[in-house]
Design a protein around this ligand. Structure first.
Ligand SMILES: Nc1ncnc2c1ncn2[C@@H]1O[C@H](COP(=O)(O)OP(=O)(O)OP(=O)(O)O)[C@@H](O)[C@H]1O
Length: 300
């Protein structure tokens, strides 16, 4: 655990996960309340049928970095991404606190939908397209926020969409009907549609879940390239090793609360992971990258 580890409890660093007061902000990738750069969400709550699904989540994603949103099934990752993207309105928190979602200092929740869509794109998990669209036309949907109402595609729209398809490795599929694609191919088209939006903030919900290992690495390389170009990327991921190898910063959710956040080397440790996932983990160090490599066993 790095010397920059901060906890809001008296528990040893990285230990004591489980409650809202137990958030661990660790490592050089951690961003504190004073940091206005990147994505900075505070007190995000969401409830349905009287059940609190997100409970006062504070979540940051630094500019020009790939951040991973981690946590077990049902911990609230998709819900959080939807609230951050403005697809779902946040609920009042337990203490009646209003949520705040800022990106580079701008209040995203206050932006009209169309303007927000010029800032951020969301790639949803298993997003489906029932419309009989070609791949290129599906990707061109990402250009809608950038053009005048009722205007058709411009030459630039087609140029950007074609480049987005190429970046997602789907250039050869431009004329195919989306309905005929495999799950993995469709997932890449959704990524291309989001890239065509030219977002400064890209939110993705399990962008690699249908992909083979080479395609997973390829998608993560695209995300890293985008981050290198200054895009802020936040991706919900289940594969902790993929997160360890590709993310700069990670946020761990459990039961709708953030239990740890910071640099992967500091957060992906047994003290954090074992209670959250109910497993026994071991962490090795990758000989080439110096990043964590994780193995898991059931808890006895
Ligand atoms: N519209 C809804 N009505 C009722 N419950 C909901 C609704 N949306 C989400 N939930 C519940 O909220 C919890 C969090 O769901 P969410 O999809 O955000 O989790 P997740 O971390 O993305 O899970 P997974 O890793 O399985 O995709 C789950 O228990 C889910 O059943």
């Amino acid at each position: 655990m790095s010397e920059t580890t901060r906890t809001t409890t008296d528990a040893p660093s990285g230990v004591g996960v489980g409650g809202p007061q137990d958030v661990v902000e660790v490592g050089p990738g951690a961003t504190g309340p004073q940091d206005a750069g990147g994505l900075d969400a505070r007190r995000v709550s969401w409830s349905v049928d009287g059940r609190l699904i997100l409970d006062g989540v504070d979540c940051t994603a630094p500019t020009g970095a790939v951040s991973g949103l981690l946590g077990p099934n049902g911990s609230g990752k998709s819900t959080l991404l939807r609230v951050l993207a403005g697809v779902r309105a946040p609920s009042a928190g337990a203490a009646g606190d209003a949520a705040q979602v800022r990106f580079e200092g701008t209040d995203l929740l206050a932006l009209p939908r169309r303007r927000r869509a010029r800032v951020l794109a969301l790639v949803e998990q298993d997003a489906s397209t029932d419309l009989p669209l070609s791949v290129l036309d599906a990707v061109l949907l990402g250009r809608i926020p950038h053009r005048a109402l009722l205007a058709g595609d411009s030459a630039r729209d087609r140029e950007v969409a074609t480049a987005a398809l190429a970046r997602a490795g789907m250039a050869a599929f431009a004329d195919r009907e989306v309905a005929t694609l495999s799950g993995g191919e469709r997932q890449r088209v959704h990524l291309a549609r989001a890239l065509a939006q030219e977002p400064a903030l890209l939110l993705l919900d399990e962008p690699t879940n249908h992909l083979d290992i080479a395609a997973q690495l390829d998608t993560m390389r695209v995300l890293r390239d985008l981050a290198h170009d200054g895009v802020t990327v936040l991706a919900a991921l289940h594969d902790l090793n993929l997160a360890a190898q590709t993310c700069d910063h990670v946020v761990v959710l459990a039961d709708g609360r953030v239990v740890a956040a910071g640099d992967v080397r500091d957060v992906l440790v047994p003290d954090v992971l074992d209670p959250v996932y109910g497993v026994r983990s071991d962490v090795l160090v990758h000989p080439r990258t110096g990043r964590p490599v994780l193995t898991f066993a059931p808890q006895d």
